[in-house]
Design a protein around this ligand. Structure first.
Ligand code: BGC
Length: 454
């Protein structure tokens, strides 16, 4: 059963990553075919995070209306339509429209998949499953880079391949049931009972089935306790809101998607001539991203969230500084120093700044506003992603690579101060212990400390 849920997480993550990464290889042939300036390039690229912002905003409402399963099926269909639209687009405008549709589908899938996971998986496995999701994102990006390297000349072919994970999601979800929790909310109690029995390999008359159903009904009532956006800004939840949205702001403004979406362009700016060399170096970046995410998964519960974030922000600030230095001074053979900087940057990101905002967003919000809080955090993720991707080509043409990366480096330095001042240490604590600390009104970042002292 856990494999079943994990596979949904994996397919949704793959889609997310694949559609983020595919543009990297497509940009060069697109520039060759259409005359696009920096503004049009930024707009066309940023339609994916823009669509995702819309999908995430509307998705929350639709998960309640349609249920998780039907919404995922809808998202899978949108994926296929969007990818096909991109592959056939006669102009940059229509291509942007296709990418907007893809973005909406990503926003919905990226919202529903974690919800599905949290409603279907035992509490003890939740953290691991969230990390599997991030690993799948990086695998999706890596896959897109490999395909970009293999068929780099044809941007139409590249976008057409994005239909494959969409079809996988559709077929996978067809075999799924909806979650017992949604069935309860929709008043379909008997079906909920059947699903619980089936998932646990139990008979429907087993008292454990009635027990689980009762617990779900109770939790559903608790969450239905008219929590509003105002509660999210209230004294109990505000510290969590600051950390949840702040970490995504920093994750995105550290410039990660300037690299993920524009990697070959960045390599070109850094002095790597020739499309093949740029695409190959891009594949290397994708591989480091996957490998270091695996390392992060092994470390997250051992080293702790705060220490990992300090390591990640410090590493990212230093490596971005190194790239700015190598490209800004125009030194001889500077491209190798830039390559080293980029590898170190991706490693620092993947070990901490990539997975931690997702993991922490699922554990810091008090139960009554958890859904709203996670929604706000994922909107922050897409909103700042959009901002970075839209502005990168424009900033690149006005400030140069050294200038833009210096800005991202400063953001990472701010990340160190933010972590010290606001981020709590949550590893090894139960969600109830975290919530009790908030309810006691103590500063959030003293969490683990205060428990140790007590
Ligand atoms: C971020 C994405 C990013 C990816 C890179 C994720 O955690 O939210 O925006 O592209 O990591 O691996």
């Amino acid at each position: 059963m856990i494999y079943f849920v994990a596979s949904i997480a994996a397919i949704a993550g793959l889609l997310f990553g694949y559609d983020e990464g595919i543009i990297a290889g497509a940009l060069e042939p697109l520039r060759a075919e259409f005359q696009i300036g920096p503004l049009a390039e930024g707009l066309m690229t940023a339609t994916v995070p823009l669509g995702a912002l819309l999908g995430a905003a509307g998705g929350g409402f639709l998960t309640r209306r349609w249920g998780r399963r039907r919404l995922l099926l809808g998202a899978a269909l949108l994926f296929v339509i969007g990818a096909l639209g991109c592959a056939l687009a006669p102009s940059v405008l229509l291509l942007s429209l296709g990418r907007l549709i893809l973005g909406i589908a990503i926003g919905v899938a990226a919202l529903v998949a974690p919800l599905y996971i949290s409603e279907m998986s035992p509490a003890s496995q939740r953290g691991k499953l969230v990390s599997i999701y991030q690993l799948a994102i990086t695998l999706g990006i890596f896959g897109a880079y490999l395909v970009g390297f293999a068929i780099g000349e044809s941007w139409r072919g590249l976008f057409a391949t994005a239909m494959v994970p969409g079809i996988m999601l559709f077929v996978g979800v067809l075999r799924l049931t909806d979650t017992p929790r949604w069935l309860v909310l929709a008043g379909r109690r008997t079906e909920a009972q059947e699903v619980i029995a089936h998932l646990g390999g139990m008979d429907e008359s087993d008292p454990r089935v009635a027990g689980e159903l009762g617990a779900i009904e109770q939790a559903a009532r608790a969450e239905h306790s008219d929590a509003t956006w105002r509660d999210l800004f209230g004294p109990l939840a505000r510290p969590a809101l600051i950390v949840g949205t702040g970490l995504f702001l920093l994750q995105q403004l550290s410039g990660i998607n300037a690299v993920i979406y524009f990697a070959p362009t960045v390599f070109g700016e850094a002095g790597f001539d020739g499309t093949r060399a740029q695409l190959l170096a891009t594949v290397g970046i994708g591989a480091v991203n996957v490998l270091m995410t695996l390392v992060a998964m092994a470390l997250i519960d051992r080293i702790g969230r705060r220490k990992l974030l300090f390591i990640g922000f410090a590493g990212a600030a230093l490596s971005l500084g190194l790239i700015a230095f190598a490209t800004g001074t125009g030194m001889e053979n500077g491209q190798w120093l830039t390559l080293t900087g980029l590898v170190l940057y991706i490693a620092s990101f993947a070990i901490a700044l990539g997975p931690l905002p997702w993991v922490m967003m699922s554990e810091i919000f008090p139960l009554s506003v958890r859904g709203l809080g996670m929604g706000a955090a994922s909107l922050a993720n897409w909103g700042f992603n959009f901002l970075v991707v839209l502005t990168f080509p424009i900033l690149l043409s006005s400030l140069g690579l050294a200038g833009v990366f210096s800005i991202y480096a400063l953001v990472c330095v701010a990340g160190l101060a933010f972590t010290a001042r606001y981020v709590p240490e949550t590893s090894g604590l139960t969600l109830e212990e975290i919530e009790a600390h908030l309810a006691a009104g103590k500063p959030f970042h003293t969490l683990a400390l205060s428990l140790k002292v007590a």
